[in-house]
Ligand binder design. Sequence first.
Ligand SMILES: [Zn+2]
Length: 252
Amino acid sequence: MRSKFIGLFLIVAVAGALACGGLSTEPAPTLSMNGESATTRYYFEPGDVVDTARQEAFNAWALTRLELTLPRKIEFRKYSSRSAMSRYTGTGNTNAFAEPETFRIHTIWPWDNHEVVHIFSALVGRPSDFFNEGFAVSFQADPMNRDFTVRFNGMQVHEACRGYRHGGTLPLPLSRYVTTAGFRALPDDVMSYRMAGSFVLFLEERYGLSRVLAFFRASGRDDSLATIESKFLQAFGERLEEAETGWLVSLQ
Ligand SMILES: [Zn+2]
């Protein structure tokens, strides 16, 4: 997701990586704080590694883009493996998840450019999972290395969707998938995350990040399709179908 190195692991692991948010966890009393920055407190086991420089560069870049100041620090909890994460949190069927209500993320990656975005965007609003996950994916860049290509599971998201489109497998129309239930019903999680990421990235590129954030502000996780369509029109000045057409043209 973030590098060729860890991309190998994501192929097998991504299927379980979709439970971002909404999971309750036990306290992890023995995981100690081993570092602290202006935005983040880092918790990990002795001998484990966190790439704080890369994380700090990401946080600074994302928060600047979002024009956000954190009201409290992120709690970055790093585990050496899924089984270690399971020991501490009771959740071991995913690589990472976020708990925006407590500003806490749990991850097996040395740095994270997805779960923290859930923390940041929750300060603005919480739309359906399609838009919420698409937004987090649309931020999957690596500012420390000046790599702003948005990838999910190793592929640039527009390129991936262009391939799905040409292969006739891109799930359409979007109106079937923009609700939380519609999005979560898609069987191919890599495809659904790339699709949501590509569409939200398109919205940022075409209409601007401020309109995407206005949509977040107005939206709720369990909004119906009719509500989503109404809020979409208010935020973007065009109907969802019109934006979808523009997105598909951009993929040609
Ligand atoms: Zn997520």
